[in-house]
Ligand binder design. Structure first.
Ligand code: KIV
Ligand code: ZN
Length: 498
């Protein structure tokens, strides 16, 4: 079997989703879970972009042992110097530098020409080589770069010392045969191609990210750049779990990875919970419905022989039907065990905090699922809030006008308000606006999603609020969906009012 290198960029390209930024502690938690999943390389950040990113690369380098830690740069000396500094604790560090190679980038972004860009690329690789042996070069917008120029670029950066060359379809434009052909063309025409590994990096704007990545691999790429749940800017990146399961299911392709697939489900839920990004129910491999057979014919077939309708045994990705469901009577040890199955190592302080929240939730909900637990582990977003919800009561029903009464704590000062609305959520939001004496914001998107099923389930609310031309994101989860909606709204307004 040929080894396929898994390069995870959840913490860099994935984390660029607006409103889903993680703090360093959360990034370390995900990095450790990626390590136990078996990824080969973790792209930990873009150090020159912010002190937070710099710090995350430093801390992840200290926290993780086996995977190579990678830091992104532009083809700029200062970026590379800063990346090298951030990588100083990495047991094995990689600098990922690069520049736009398509005419769109060369002419419009850099106001330059092909020769000058080639020289800048070579200079960047040579500069990075002064710090690390392991240098990856990306040809940004390679998907729309003419193949002949790409050959010259790839050859030049390999000659300068690049050990991996990344061929990103930055805009998600390519079709699978076109992208596969591009990789094949490079394999056949770059004179020194055997001195480097070619990498795929596909975006999903046309829904082709996974198909393009597979074609890239079948045509000779031996590294794939992927994210958990396929998260990423716009339509996202190629999903790690899809690539891992495609090559596991199609053994005839002779491609193997180091991924311990039984960890896939846990890390998928962890990333979703920490980033507050719901996984769409029909998402391949990790969606809630990925293994739910509802038609009678399918159910009958599955009962007779699972393989008649299922190509993957859910246990292969870590879905355990016999998983213990926690209840109000479960102790700290059971919770700690469940957290560790989900890839979360909780110290005593964290365990106590999550356990207190767990007991509160178990009061209003009989069975606590993995998704509930991961939701509890998510950030305590109210800690830094200057506007907090102290109290909410809503009267609503059939034939009555919904009315909400609230008490907000505004930096220590209590404000009571009442408002009527066309529904309980509308009434509560209007009461919040009255209490803060500001009604200039509008809700642009409002998504309520149940975590599992049942009328006692926890509802997750994602909200987008527009204020003075900018969008702010809010999230909350509660068994009372009106309370969850109000808390999510307050979470968003704290981002521009405080
Ligand atoms: O999509 C892209 O081109 C990238 C590069 C910076 C690697 O993310
Ligand atoms: Zn990208």
């Amino acid at each position: 079997m040929d080894k396929l290198i898994i390069f995870d960029t959840t913490l860099r390209d994935g984390e660029q989703v607006p409103g889903c930024q993680l703090n360093t502690v959360e990034k370390i938690e995900i990095a450790k879970a990626l390590e136990s999943l078996g990824v080969d390389i973790i792209e930990a950040g873009f150090p020159v972009s912010s002190p937070g990113d710099f710090n995350s690369v430093v801390e992840i380098s200290k926290a993780v042992t086996w995977p190579v830690i990678c830091a992104l740069t532009r083809a700029v000396e200062h970026d590379i110097d800063v990346a090298a500094e951030a990588l100083k604790y990495a047991k094995r560090g990689r600098i990922h530098t690069g520049i736009g190679t398509s005419e769109y980038h060369i002419r419009h972004k850099f106001n330059s020409n092909q020769e000058e860009i080639l020289q800048r690329a070579v200079a960047a690789v040579k500069h990075a080589k002064k710090y690390v042996e392991d240098v990856e070069f990306y040809c940004e917008d390679a998907g729309r770069t003419e193949n002949e120029y790409l050959v010259r670029m790839v050859e030049a950066v390999i000659k300068a010392g690049a050990t991996t060359v990344n061929i990103p379809d930055t805009t998600g434009y390519c079709l699978p045969d076109e992208y596969g052909e591009k990789i094949r063309f490079l394999k056949e025409h770059v004179a020194n191609v055997e001195h480097a590994i070619l990498s795929t990096h596909c975006h999903n704007d046309l829904g082709m990210a996974t198909a393009n990545t597979v074609q890239g691999v079948l045509n000779g790429a031996r590294q794939v750049e992927v994210t958990i749940n396929g998260i990423g800017e716009r339509a996202g990146n190629t999903a790690l779990e899809e690539i891992a399961m495609i090559f596991r299911s199609h053994r005839e392709k002779n491609i193997s990875t180091n991924i311990n697939t039984t960890k896939i489900y846990g890390i998928s839920r962890m990333v979703s919970a920490l980033m507050n990004m719901p996984v769409q129910p029909n998402k391949a491999i990790v969606g809630r419905n990925a293994f739910a057979h509802s038609s009678g014919i399918h159910q009958d077939g599955i009962l007779k022989n699972r393989e008649s309708y299922e190509i993957i045994d859910p246990r292969e990705i870590g879905i355990d039907d016999n998983a213990i469901v926690l209840t109000a009577r479960s102790g700290r040890a059971a919770l700690k065990h469940r957290l560790s199955v989900l890839g979360i190592q909780a110290d005593q302080e964290k365990l106590d905090k999550v356990y207190a929240q767990f007991l509160k939730l178990a009061d209003s909900k009989k069975n606590i699922s993995d998704d509930d637990i991961l939701m509890l582990v998510g950030k305590d977003r109210t800690e830094t809030h200057c506007i907090k919800l102290d109290y909410l009561q809503v009267v609503s029903g059939f034939g009555v006008q919904p009315v909400a009464s609230i008490c907000l704590n505004l930096s220590g000062v209590k404000r009571y308000e009442t408002a009527a609305g066309n529904g309980p959520v509308d009434a509560a939001i209007k009461a919040v606006k009255k209490a803060i004496s500001n009604s200039d914001m509008t809700i642009q998107e409002f998504l309520i999603q149940a975590i599992n099923k049942g009328s006692d389930d926890t509802g997750k609310v994602h909200i987008q609020v527009e204020y003075q031309g900018n969008i702010f994101y809010g999230f909350s989860a509660n068994t009372d969906i009106v309370a969850a909606a109000t808390e999510a709204f307050i979470d968003a307004i704290n981002k521009f009012i405080c």
